[in-house]
Design a protein around this ligand. Structure first.
Ligand code: PLP
Length: 484
């Protein structure tokens, strides 16, 4: 059986480890019956948990609990604000937005664009920071809302929100600030930012997944996304997920310790980077280190497709990411890095390391050793040789009668792009038991977008298959190649 080392989880911007205290609160609350809307004692207790939790989260954000409600995610909170603005009569049908926002913002704006809204894109500098002058220029046309995040999820770049929100206010535009990646990493005083709306998410601070929150300044347009009961002051119908809400409040209690740990996390990040620079003097850093959240490092390793390095690290028990967690299902290079001026190739060679704000200096240092050792092994060629097959050369490989394509994609991916003739359809997850494969064949492993195939390919190499290749960029790259 294949064994892997203990996990080093450096993908905390995607989601963070849930603490024992949070898990206990979630489980305890879940076991208690009581709907806050029912007319009896159990309901009364449930209502108390709800309001106590709201008070705790609102206090951490520096806002009134009357202006804060729980949502199913930050994505939902963002959608609620954008939909509320869109429904408000009399506002100019124009929104200004930074191009480095999360897809929760950008995809909803695509939706509004199809409904006649004009979307103005702001500029981002090479340092990953939004250029305030571009907002001044954008607001010369009447604009309902400006959307900008406090900290970027891929690079960690902290944005000049008080400046941007001040500009928006002087032009009479509303302002939504996505605070998801700043929460628990930087001190957050929402009213001090000058925004009208802000959203947060519990699972980035060690809380449960699937629970978020929205602060809306009193008087800012706000309407429900879903209609039904009168929960959350009529702003979010549906019985409250009380266990997640209580877990969210418990996670918030960890924020002072997370913030107190910020210097240790930044020091671990910087030490990791300085050793890495010795191993790879050509690496490029997309994170503006002097103006970023402490836990995030976005690095380019020139000449190495990020899927390949991501796969190697995964094989070695190191979990990192490329782009935002929601973007890895397609082959588009990170929109954040492109907006920052990186080429598509540079973006495809970039990885995000995001450390745990709750980990001690000792744990971070031990984790850094593991990550560095795995990277060192790759750089010096101690990983088993794996041939990279460019999509452009796949047709030649297919003409070779020894070639067997191992297609490890989900059924839905196979519907989007049909399997190649004669391909062996393997399980879609690279950690599933290895498929039975004939000996003496040239194995070409293909996944959808190039992120899963390297792990399976390396496992096949370690299992003794001598000729294993992996399609860089996967079947999406193959289709794009044929289309273009
Ligand atoms: N905004 C940013 C910057 C994020 O990083 C994320 C999650 O990755 C979201 C919004 C969406 O948060 P949620 O997972 O709660 O929907």
């Amino acid at each position: 059986m294949f064994r892997f080392r203990r996990e080093t989880y450096w993908d905390c911007n995607a989601t963070s480890p849930v603490s024992k205290a949070v898990a206990e609160v979630v489980s305890r609350t879940l076991r208690r019956t009581g709907n806050p809307s029912s007319p009896h004692r159990a309901s009364h207790e449930a209502r108390e948990v709800l309001e106590r939790s709201r008070n705790a989260v609102a206090a951490e954000l520096g806002v009134s609990p009357d202006e804060f409600h729980f949502t199913g995610s930050a994505t939902e909170a963002i959608n609620q604000v954008l939909e509320s603005v869109a429904r408000t009569a009399g506002l100019p049908r124009r929104i200004a937005v930074s191009p480095i926002e999360h897809h929760a913002v950008l995809r909803k704006l695509d939706d509004l664009a199809t409904r006649g809204w004009e979307i103005a894109m702001l500029e981002v500098g090479r340092d990953g920071r939004i250029v305030p002058e571009s907002l001044v220029a954008a607001l010369r046309s009447p604009t309902a809302l400006v959307v900008a995040m406090r900290a970027n999820n891929e690079t960690g770049a902290v944005q000049p929100i008080p400046v941007l929100a001040g500009i928006a206010r002087s032009f009479g535009a509303l302002f939504l600030c996505d605070c998801v990646q700043a929460f628990g990493k930087l001190p957050l005083d929402l009213p001090g930012l000058g925004a009208d709306y802000a959203c947060v998410s519990a699972h980035k601070i060690g809380g449960p997944r699937g629970i978020g929150g929205l602060w809306a300044r009193s008087g800012a347009p706000l309407s429900p996304l879903v209609f039904g009961g009168a929960q959350e002051r009529g702003l979010r119908a549906g019985t409250e997920a009380l266990h997640d809400i209580a877990g969210f409040a418990e996670a918030v209690r960890s924020i002072p310790a997370r913030l107190a740990n910020a210097a240790a996390v930044a020091a671990a990040r910087d030490r990791f980077l300085s050793v890495l620079r010795i191993l790879r003097p050509d690496l490029e850093v997309a994170t503006p280190l002097s103006d970023a959240v402490p836990n995030t490092l976005n690095l380019r390793f020139p000449g190495i497709p990020n899927g390949v390095l991501l796969g190697w690290l995964d094989l070695e028990g190191v979990r990192v990411s490329a782009g935002s967690a929601c973007a890895t299902d397609d082959d588009l290079p990170s929109h954040v890095l492109l907006a920052q001026g990186l080429s598509a190739q540079a973006a495809r060679e970039s990885l995000r390391f995001s450390l745990d704000m709750a980990a001690s200096a000792r744990v971070l240092s031990r984790q850094a050793e593991v990550v560095l050792s795995a990277l060192r092994d790759y750089f010096v060629g101690r990983s088993p040789a794996l041939k990279l097959l460019l999509a452009a050369n796949l047709a030649d490989a297919l003409a070779d009668p020894r070639t067997l394509v191992v297609d490890m994609r989900s059924r839905s991916d196979r519907k989007l792009i049909p399997p190649l003739p004669g391909a062996l359809l393997a399980g879609a997850h690279p950690w599933e038991p290895l498929p039975d494969l004939p000996e003496g064949r040239r194995l070409v492993v293909a996944c959808q977008a190039g992120f899963e195939a390297p792990v399976l390919a390396w496992r096949l190499r370690k299992a003794g298959h001598p000729h294993v290749e992996v399609v860089v960029g996967g079947m999406v790259a193959w289709r794009l190649r044929r289309a273009g």
